[in-house]
Design a protein around this ligand. Structure first.
Ligand code: SF4
Length: 372
């Protein structure tokens, strides 16, 4: 059987072999190079995403020599759940160990009332896109240990498959808002989205997929040029450069003007409303002045605003504003007729802010090693 030409060119650093779940249907159809009929590709995706087997050996309607050849050419990764926090009716947090021992997190939110303009009976999963994060937002646990590497497409898709398998629940809403900056891993993220969205893949509608960015303006423009009709959320967290500079280093590279003009481009190309995420941090970004300026930015883009009271992170100095202050901020936006919600934080009791469980586990492992 002759070896096929390289099928894909996305980032596969540190991967000896490309994982089969990083391939799209059209690439699998090139299995004709393995002298196979093109319907084999659909057989393979059926095994991967409908029956969800864990090995090529289990694909019993494929010829034995094809299974062996696939095993030689492609990896068949899976990610292991090492910890789960939370219970069935609450936000649950999953810690995964990858094949290179890296740890990542996903969060399953049982219902997300109107978070992105959707109905409230959705099971939402918040997925990670990188191991660690290089962007160093001052309020975030994910950046505390720096950046290790980008996740590969299969490692993003596998977070969803693993959680559906563990919980027996069907996920119907995906937000790219876990560990890492999705647009800094744009090729792998868009590839994963195509697999998640495809009828031959996980079949989750594009409008039920939201990508969140801390403000990588050039990549927002690139994403706008992709045909995917996914939703975009901007982690704004400050309505002026002065405030954003203080808590989000990315703002020194792409300031609010640059960010909003990239957002203008996105909304014009996609003809859809985007969302501003705004974590309310006491004494930092929760003033009435910030609320009025945020309303002005939201009006310019016809954006919705999600206010999220800050979730305390051990080792960081920030705290959430009082309940009254949160409500005051919300009322200013509403008085200015901006569609806005105040998230009654679901993960508060289980350290749901991204990066916290990983950090805690790393610290515990470190303690164990130190004591041994
Ligand atoms: S908020 Fe997002 S972009 Fe900022 S450090 Fe955390 S994971 Fe990275």
């Amino acid at each position: 059987m002759k070896r096929p030409p390289a099928l894909v060119s996305f980032e596969v650093a540190n991967a000896a072999k490309i994982d089969i779940k990083s391939l799209e249907l059209n690439e699998l159809q090139k299995l004709a190079d393995l002298r196979q009929p093109s319907y084999r590709a659909r057989q393979i995706t059926d095994w991967l995403y409908t029956r969800r087997v864990d090995s090529f050996e289990e694909m019993t309607d494929l010829p034995r020599d094809l299974r062996a050849e696939l095993g030689k050419q492609f990896a068949f990764g899976k990610i292991d759940i090492v910890r789960v926090l939370g219970s069935r009716d609450t936000t649950r947090k999953f810690l995964f160990r990858l094949s290179d021992e890296s740890l990542i997190e996903s969060v399953l939110i049982p219902a997300s009332p109107a978070l992105y303009g959707e109905k409230s009976d959705r099971r939402t999963i918040c997925v990670s896109t990188q191991v660690g994060c290089a962007y160093g937002c001052k309020f975030c646990a994910s950046g505390l240990e720096g950046f290790s590497r980008n996740l590969r497409p299969n490692e993003i898709v596998d977070q969803i498959i693993a959680i559906e398998r563990e919980t027996g629940e069907k996920i119907d809403n995906i937000v790219f808002m876990g560990m890492g900056e999705p647009l800094a891993n744009l090729d792998n993220v868009t590839r994963a989205i195509r697999i998640i969205n495809a009828p031959w893949g996980l079949g989750i509608g594009a409008r039920r997929i939201t990508v969140s960015t801390s403000g990588l303006a050039p990549q927002i423009r690139k994403l706008a040029d992709e045909p995917l009709q996914i939703r975009l959320a901007i982690s704004l967290h400050g309505a002026t450069d002065e405030v954003r500079d203080q808590i989000m280093p990315i703002n020194r590279k792409y300031n609010i003007d640059m960010l909003l003009s990239a957002c203008d481009y996105y909304t014009k190309r996609k003809k859809q409303r985007l969302t501003f995420e705004y974590i309310l941090i006491a004494g930092v970004n929760d003033t009435e002045e910030q609320a009025h300026l945020l309303a002005r930015h939201a009006r310019r883009l016809s954006a919705k605003v999600n206010l999220i009271p800050y979730n305390a992170v051990e080792g960081l100095p920030w705290s959430r504003p009082s309940h009254n202050r949160q409500e005051k901020f919300l009322s200013i936006l509403r008085a200015e007729e901006i569609p806005a919600t105040l998230r009654r934080e679901k993960g508060h009791d289980i350290d749901a802010a991204c990066g916290q469980l990983r950090l805690q586990t790393r610290r515990e492992e470190f303690e164990l090693v130190r004591r041994s």
